[in-house]
Design a protein around this ligand. Structure first.
Ligand code: FO1
Length: 324
């Protein structure tokens, strides 16, 4: 069994590749839910939906988020009556938010709702929210404290970030199935997807039970580098990285994940960084990490899992004396 820790687009694409190279049912994807918010009275879970649509092969390839073949009549009607249109909910996508909101109001957990949707969409992977509790990313910026989607979509990531907060994360309980997956005897590796380290990956680790569960793993934890040639493949990871004081490079990512991961997969473009990264105490695999099509996703998935299998976990607990 393989566990993938994922945010939106990058996580979704790698998860899809892994789904193609391992037997059905052996993939668990634990997804960031700190981007979730209530909009137009609806419960919106952007990263969960991006991963779900991508695993089902229904994603909108140009946007990354939302559904393929989407239409926008609802947004047009909303605009006509002077409603909010800065966050675009497509007509097809709307069904997901309406049905999720109804089921949550009737007492289902976010994990239950997600499992039902995945069964209906014939997704064999176990797709799990990091928590069923409310966790929200707050962006401390030069323009004040902003809710995540306000910062990300409404303000197009323009305000300069000073720091990030994951409100509710420390006291949130991990999704029980996520904890069970991390403890499963059949677990072979944990893969940290090439998702934004600061707003997609960090909230997962901030859920205390997950952070501890991942740190106490007995299997290798490998990350796929989200920075290629000093740039993010998609999204504002490079801008955020610079604003938070990190060098925007594969080496900068390695320094950020130092002591957390056992190995890093970097792109051929960044091959020169392999040795300095190894000197930080982690293994490195250099390959083509661009996932432009399904074959690219499959290839990167196979390379990442092959790399993980060559590693033994450097989990910090291994070096500690046993607690008696
Ligand atoms: N991202 C945008 O840039 N603009 C949008 O209008 C937008 C709408 C949207 C609707 C549903 C959904 O699931 C995702 C949506 N996203 C949109 C993407 C999303 O807000 C971000 O990419 C993630 O939160 C960051 O991982």
């Amino acid at each position: 069994m393989i566990v993938v820790l994922a945010g939106g687009v990058g996580g979704a694409r790698l998860a899809r590749g892994i789904q193609r190279v391992i037997p059905a049912g052996e993939l668990t994807v634990i997804v960031n839910t700190a981007d979730d918010f209530e909009h137009l009275g609806l419960a919106v879970s952007p990263d969960l939906d991006t991963v779900m649509y991508t695993l089902a092969g229904l994603e909108n390839p140009s946007q990354g988020w939302g559904l393929a073949g989407e239409t926008w009549s609802f947004m047009a009607a909303m605009d006509k009556i002077g409603g909010e249109t800065w966050f675009r909910l497509g007509d097809r996508d709307l069904a997901t938010h309406v049905e999720r909101t109804r089921r949550l109001a009737a007492g289902s957990t976010l994990a239950d709702v997600t499992a039902r949707f995945c069964a209906a969409l014939n997704i064999s992977a176990h797709l799990l929210p990091m928590t069923n509790d409310r966790v929200r990313t707050l962006v401390h910026s030069d323009d004040g404290i902003l809710a995540f989607q306000d910062y990300f979509v409404r303000l197009q990531c323009e305000p300069r970030i000073r720091s990030l907060d994951f409100e509710g994360a420390v006291s949130a309980s991990a999704c029980p199935a996520a904890l069970a997956a991390l403890r499963a005897p059949s677990l072979e590796a944990i893969v940290l997807a090439p998702s934004n380290p600061f707003v997609s990956v960090a909230p997962i680790f901030a859920v205390a039970e997950l952070g501890i569960g991942i740190t106490r793993r007995t299997v290798p934890l490998v990350a796929v580098c989200p920075i290629i040639g000093g740039k993010a493949v998609k999204g504002p990871a490079a801008k955020m990285m610079a604003e938070l004081g990190h060098e925007v490079s594969a080496l900068g990512i390695a320094r950020h994940y130092r002591g957390i991961i056992d190995g890093l997969v970097i792109d051929n473009t960044d091959g020169d960084a392999a040795q300095p990264i190894r000197e930080l105490g982690m293994a490195v695999h250099v390959t083509d990490t661009i996932m432009s099509d399904d074959e690219g996703r499959r290839r990167l998935a196979a390379a990442t899992l092959g790399f993980a299998r060559t590693l033994r976990s450097n989990a910090p607990w291994r070096d500690r004396p046993p607690v008696v």
